[in-house]
Ligand binder design. Structure first.
Ligand code: SF4
Length: 291
């Protein structure tokens, strides 16, 4: 990787030579944690847990990130492609319902390399859990290797995307990425209460952003066939992380209100979107893994 153009940041940095781009990650894969995780959507966590691998760094770095110790900070350790393959097999032998690659974008080339090696030995689905700030060409490296995509659709407004994620082009990029993910997986397939293929589009409702959330849901219902996808409307925003980071965005210093969440959820229902809603009680740091 002489110059890195893996994601839409297009840094052009030489990661092998130690140069760092927006994601602040070098040439080798780094991970912060791997474990069985019970707090994904029920179709993903199942009874035994999702085999999550949390990658260090991030190419989006949202102001409100709840995993900021690893996404904004540099927590994690370097591993080889071979070790990543071993970890996936280890999670499978621990009983994981799937292999869940969390924030993988900036290591997508190495992940594709690992999956080309290990996929034949995996009897469980591979899940790619992403912000959707992805290039279509990069996603094409994963075609046939990923079974389930969990893409976020974070913002409708370009201004909001710039303000919280330094990515004014987020919506345009995310829509192309999600279309490619759907092209790869096709319709949702569920067997014995566990998802085997397809996409679940996630949207986190943020404080003071109710109208933007509704615009996101309306856009999703225009873009994709509603019967073939699932949508997860999330209420788990916890302000502690933004407060601790001394955010300049005052509105991020509070949790969302019941009105904000219920008005967004009601719009999802009226649009006929199928999927998941969260209990308001999930808006607590208790559900954030300790890195
Ligand atoms: S993966 Fe990292 S270095 Fe490469 S273009 Fe994206 S942000 Fe820049």
């Amino acid at each position: 990787m002489e110059k890195c153009y893996l994601c839409p940041r297009n840094c052009g940095t030489d990661r092998a030579a130690g140069e760092l781009g927006f994601c602040r990650e070098g040439d080798s894969i780094r991970i912060a944690r791997y474990s069985l995780h019970m707090w994904e959507e029920p179709l993903i966590s199942g009874k035994r847990g999702s085999g999550t691998i949390f990658f260090s760094g991030c190419n989006l770095k949202c102001e409100f990130c709840q995993n900021r110790v690893i996404s904004h900070g540099s927590k994690g350790e370097s591993i080889s492609v071979e070790r990543l393959c071993e970890i996936m097999l280890e999670l499978q032998s621990m009983g994981a319902e799937n292999i869940n690659l969390v924030t993988p974008t900036h290591f997508a080339d190495k992940i594709a390399e690992a999956l080309r090696e290990v996929k034949k030995d995996l009897s469980i689905p591979v899940v790619y859990n992403t912000s959707s700030y992805e290039k279509v060409d990069t996603l094409r490296m994963l075609d046939g290797l990923v079974d389930i995509y969990l893409p976020d659709y974070k913002y409708f407004s370009d201004e909001l995307a710039l303000k919280y994620s330094f990515a004014k082009d987020y919506r345009m990029i995310a829509e192309a990425a999600i279309a490619e993910m759907f092209r790869q997986t096709g319709s949702v397939l569920i067997e014995n209460g566990i998802m085997k293929k397809g996409i679940i589009i996630r949207h986190l409702v943020l404080p003071s952003c109710r109208r933007d959330s509704i615009a996101v849901l309306e856009r999703i219902s225009e873009l994709l066939p509603k019967d073939n996808i699932l949508v997860s409307v999330m209420s788990q925003y916890t302000p502690e992380f933004a407060i601790k980071a001394d955010t300049k965005h005052k509105e991020l210093r509070r949790a969302i209100t019941s009105f904000e969440y219920s008005s967004v959820s009601e719009r999802a229902i009226s649009l006929g979107l199928d999927g998941f809603f969260q209990e308001k009680s999930s808006a607590t740091s208790e559900y954030t893994p300790d890195f």
